[in-house]
Design a binder for this molecule. Structure first.
Ligand SMILES: O=C(O)CCC(=O)C(=O)O
Ligand SMILES: [Fe+2]
Length: 348
């Protein structure tokens, strides 16, 4: 990554030191993730049904899989990663205007998930979050420097969205729902990108780049510049290391909700390293801001009660604002019926 300036990360290491129980193991086993070949999902493929079954199995077992033959060109992915890196290298100079703890800002630069309280352990991460769909609306708010940022990140945003829109119908099909289930709402849905940067850290064993969390929305397309992502295996609770060599798809909380818990959003975290910085780009896709996602009626029946209450992206932001989320995790627990009841203090 070359010379690195720490940017806005506070230099006081003790702000970042995790309590012993949350410190990461840096040398976990490799995750053995399913690989979905997008070309095999073409309707002309006679064994498409088998591929859909594999896709369903990947969503049920891990909530995460690699995709290949996804149609996003290598030069577009490299362009986006280069733009991200260039943005963070010069970020010290002109991001002050974008720095905000307000989770409702459509473009926001910062550290940690929500760096409001001083006593909270911070994450070893800088991020730029921006809305990305419809692109011509939001791109005007994206950084102007480096000069190629808007074009390169924009090209990637469009392709990442088209991949997410290609993947959702077969995922819904694998749940037994029609491929055009929610189609118009999905096509009008939101895309939020988190562009992450993890500078080199002298003590990667003591800190986290991002603490354990699940993503919101339906799907995240994750592009990594180098490895550092760890996934929790839901059946064993054991952390595993994801490969960075191909694109990853994470299922988000709203897909878990829609599927009535048949599919699950994957718990993941990012570790950092001492030698070089790392960048990653999460492109999160879901319904519109105030559009409620509900458990699909088709997946509720005798012996299979509704397990989640409805929720929108806006509700998720309310949850983040309410501050009872630690570092962004735990949202889906607030949606489970019968498990968690959020009591809001009544105002006089
Ligand atoms: O950096 C990574 O690999 C993960 C990023 C992530 O989990 C996120 O942006 O939500
Ligand atoms: Fe994430």
């Amino acid at each position: 990554m070359g010379a690195w300036r720490p940017g806005q990360l506070s230099l006081q290491m003790d702000h970042y030191i995790q309590p012993p129980s949350r410190r990461p193991n840096l040398n976990v086993e490799r995750a053995n993730l399913p690989i979905i070949d997008m070309e095999l999902l073409n309707h002309s493929n006679p064994s498409r049904g088998l591929v859909i079954d594999n896709l369903g199995e990947a969503c049920r077992r891990m909530g995460c899989f690699h995709v290949v033959n996804h149609g996003i060109r290598g030069c577009v992915m490299k362009g986006a990663l280069d733009a991200a890196l260039d943005f963070f290298k010069q970020a010290e100079e002109d991001t002050m205007g974008l720095m905000s703890d307000n989770v409702r800002m459509p473009v926001r630069f910062g550290e940690s998930f929500k760096s409001g309280s001083e006593d909270k352990v911070r994450s070893w991460r800088l991020f730029l979050k921006h809305y990305a769909h419809p692109l011509d609306h939001w791109v005007r708010l994206w950084p102007l420097k480096p000069p190629h940022y808007r074009e390169k990140m924009g090209n990637y945003a469009v392709e990442a969205r088209s991949l997410a829109l290609k993947l959702l119908p077969p995922i819904l099909e694998s749940l037994g729902l029609g491929p055009s289930y929610l189609k118009p709402k999905i096509e009008d849905g939101m895309q939020v990108m988190a562009v992450n940067c993890y500078p080199p850290c002298p003590r990667p064993d003591l800190v986290l780049g991002i603490p354990p969390h699940t993503d919101y929305g339906f799907l995240t397309v994750l592009l990594q510049g180098s490895h550092g992502l760890q996934l929790m295996d839901p059946s064993t609770g054991i952390w595993t290391a994801a490969s960075s060599s191909s694109l990853l798809i994470h299922l988000g909380d709203h897909l878990e909700l829609l599927s009535n818990g048949m599919y699950r959003s994957v718990v993941h975290r990012a570790i950092v390293n001492a030698e070089e910085g790392r960048v990653s780009i999460s492109s999160v896709h879901g319904l519109g801001m105030e559009e409620k996602v509900m458990v699909a009626e088709e997946l509720v029946g005798e012996g299979n009660p509704r397990r989640y209450r409805e929720s929108s992206f806006g509700d998720f932001l309310d949850f983040l604002e309410s501050g009872d989320c630690g570092e962004g995790g735990g949202y889906k627990d607030t949606l489970r019926i019968g498990i968690y009841v959020k009591i809001k203090p009544k105002l006089p």
